[in-house]
Design a protein around this ligand. Structure first.
Ligand SMILES: Cc1cc2nc3c(=O)[nH]c(=O)nc-3n(C[C@H](O)[C@H](O)[C@H](O)COP(=O)(O)OP(=O)(O)OC[C@H]3O[C@@H](n4cnc5c(N)ncnc54)[C@H](O)[C@@H]3O)c2cc1C
Ligand code: FES
Length: 266
């Protein structure tokens, strides 16, 4: 884990309230694995000094630029969206465990809800690079205006299935509807699922995976004050079959096997 001050190299809006931001850190870029995250704080603003915020590593550009994909939801992300090329940010990372990679004969299946695409993009880049999978990704958005990175994902070679809640693009419904259809049709294969998105979606995907006896890794979010295992603010209840009562999302995660989590408590 490293702590650095660096300069923003770009920060651009790619859809309503959704931004891509890059900043240079060769050392952190080299260390970062898909599923890991960074604690980011804008330097020299009127921000609350404790206002470091966690963001997944979305991709690495030109070997030394870390890229995050973020949505403005409150004070920290709104301030971040106003920052410009050349502004200073402080970053700590890479943090957390990252996604374990599939074994030789395992078929990865990626499931993203909304901004859940952020870490799964990095994972899909890696999976495509290390092995020529027919990589399938299920994406769910509330509406077509929130669809991001469609061209980037298709040019990576991913086979995309998209659902929107309002039916403005793809299948009308939830991402779990299109996942269900696929799993039913392909019941002979046992894919390994990687999921990131809102907690309700992760819960649904996990319960399906557990009932079908599929390996499923979820990327969980929780409010994080420190990101370093110090404040205990990110604790989530462990499934009572494990020997720990709680996990800290920042240290034990943010990637968990579906069966590790007490989904009823979230
Ligand atoms: C490991 C990890 C990786 C993340 N990666 C990304 C990413 O790649 N892109 C991205 O856009 N966001 C990501 N997030 C979420 C992001 O950290 C929050 O959206 C951000 O901290 C909100 O800060 P804010 O000051 O703008 O909002 P606040 O003013 O702090 O909060 C605004 C609203 O969002 C809710 N909220 C804030 N943080 C979270 C959270 N972590 N989970 C659920 N609800 C929350 C608050 O309860 C409140 O309702 C990640 C979170 C974690 C824990
Ligand atoms: S965020 Fe402080 S312990 Fe996890």
């Amino acid at each position: 884990m490293l702590q650095e001050k660096t300069f923003i190299t770009f920060n651009r809006m790619i859809a309503q309230n959704i931004y891509l931001m890059g900043f240079r850190s060769k050392k952190m870029a080299l260390l970062s694995k898909p599923g890991q995250f960074l604690m980011i704080h804008l330097v020299g603003t009127q921000m609350d000094p404790l206002l470091a915020r966690p963001f997944s590593v979305h991709s690495i550009k030109d070997n030394d630029i870390l890229v995050i994909l973020y949505k403005t939801v409150g004070k920290g992300t709104s301030l971040l969206s106003l920052s410009k090329e050349g502004d200073t940010i402080s970053i700590i990372g890479p943090l957390g465990n990252g996604f374990p990679l599939p074994g030789k004969n395992q078929i990865p299946l990626l499931v993203a809800g909304g901004m859940g695409i952020a870490p799964l993009f990095f994972l899909s880049q890696l999976l495509i690079n290390i092995k020529k999978y027919e990589l399938k990704m299920f994406l769910g958005f509330s509406t077509s205006q929130e669809i991001v990175l469609f061209n980037e994902l298709t040019s990576l070679g991913l086979d995309l299935s998209i659902a929107t809640n309002d039916g403005s693009y793809g299948k009308k419904g939830l991402v779990t509807d299109i996942l269900d259809q696929y799993l039913e049709k392909k019941s002979s294969i046992k894919p390994m699922i990687y999921a990131c998105g809102p907690v309700d979606m992760l819960k649904e995907v996990s319960l399906r995976a557990i009932s079908l006896n599929l390996t499923c890794y979820v990327s969980l979010e929780s409010q994080m004050a420190c990101g370093l295992g110090l404040c205990q603010g990110c604790a989530i209840k462990a499934n009572n079959t494990t020997n720990k009562p709680y996990y800290y999302v920042c240290q034990d995660g943010p990637i968990f096997l579906a069966e590790m989590i007490d989904w009823g408590s979230l």
